[in-house]
Ligand binder design. Sequence first.
Ligand code: LLP
Length: 442
Amino acid sequence: MRGTQSINHLGHLTIGGVDTTWLAQSFGTPLYVYDVALMKQNVNLMKQAFEEFPVQWQIAYASKAFSSVAMYQLVDQLGLALDVVSGGELYTAIQAGLDPKHIHFHGNNKSEQELSFALDQGIGTIIVDNDFELDMLSELTVARQQSVDVLFRITPGVEAHTHEYITTGQEDSKFGFNVNDQTIENAVRLAQSHSLMNLKGLHWHIGSQIFESMGFVTAIKNMFGHIKAWRDRLGFTPEILNVGGGFGIQYTKEDDPIPLDTHIREIVQQIQQASEQLKMPVPEVWVEPGRALVGEAGTTLYTAGAKKHVPGIRTYLSVDGGMTDNLRPALYQSKYEAMNASKADIKADQTVSLAGKCCESGDMLIWDACLPETLPGDLIAVFCTGAYGYSMANNYNRLPRPAVVFVENGDAQLVVRRETYADLVRHDLDYTLSLSGVGNKS
Ligand code: LLP
């Protein structure tokens, strides 16, 4: 059991003091349920670890993990900064009422329109990914006579041990300036001579779902080698080091991540130590976790439906969602655990394969879920779906995306409404070509 999860006298799973069967009846299924107290606890753990050190620090929530107006408002209430990676995330944050000064804009291919929008809003920091973007931003700032703070994203040449699609720090990556390339030095020189782009520091991100601190520490060590060289050659000393996110969480019992506060301590200590060695002021330490703040706080509720027994092979139990609300098992072979939330007090002694409802054999949520005897209509909870669940949800097979509910202290609040069939055709237009006569576009 994670966070505020518990089992009530009816044998039902509760989250945030709210009976999940009541949530399912009230809001329907599939339903994403977020344990607000657990999100707050995760934030506090990181903050307290930072507070142990005499350093300036900042936690920016990497909102690609779960982006919505309410989530942004919670982030703001908790005093975090925000990391966005698209004009759409930025727009959502503005709609949520966030101060753009607290927002950092990431992305390896920001468009001119996105950069202009960010500048219009008075964005706090742009994390410049490459020289193409740097030139574009340079021109925009000059044309507008508007200054902006920037960090340069570097690929530090460190491979984190995680799924290859979610590693980003290795040299062979689409992200960032290659640390060993001349381009980065040219970029630093350009920024130094630019009156409107304030180069505040550096950013790197080594990957996601990382269990140990070694990758973070190695990246810092590597980067300080380069920082020394750039200081000596270019006279550039970063005021800010943003070491990214990627702190791992426990999806299943097999996952054994170190605690969040340990990550923070190891990172800060390493940066302090490396700065001392170079006799340079300790830069501000920024981190940008996504998954670690919201992943374990999210649970998806499904209603069990059809059951199919294949003698001698397996039993499939289908639920009313699947790869549309949780793409991760299909995309990364990610593992999850489940519970029969309406029979949470009954011993789980059967192995079933939890299937999604999409027309796709690969739409399997959990191959070997351990559940009690489960009947159609029972409520199934799949845990740890708070990160990259809703944010990667899609409408494959024209399934409407589920609703999202925040629960805390016995209260539940709908924060994203369920899509309707009408939403599904909202952008569709009638076919009229054959009515408009012979083609004339050639
Ligand atoms: N900062 C940067 C620059 C990133 O690229 C990412 C994640 C983060 C921070 C946050 O990483 P986190 O703390 O959430 O691990 N869809 C994949 C994860 C992709 C992560 C992409 N970048 C998944 O479902 O596992």
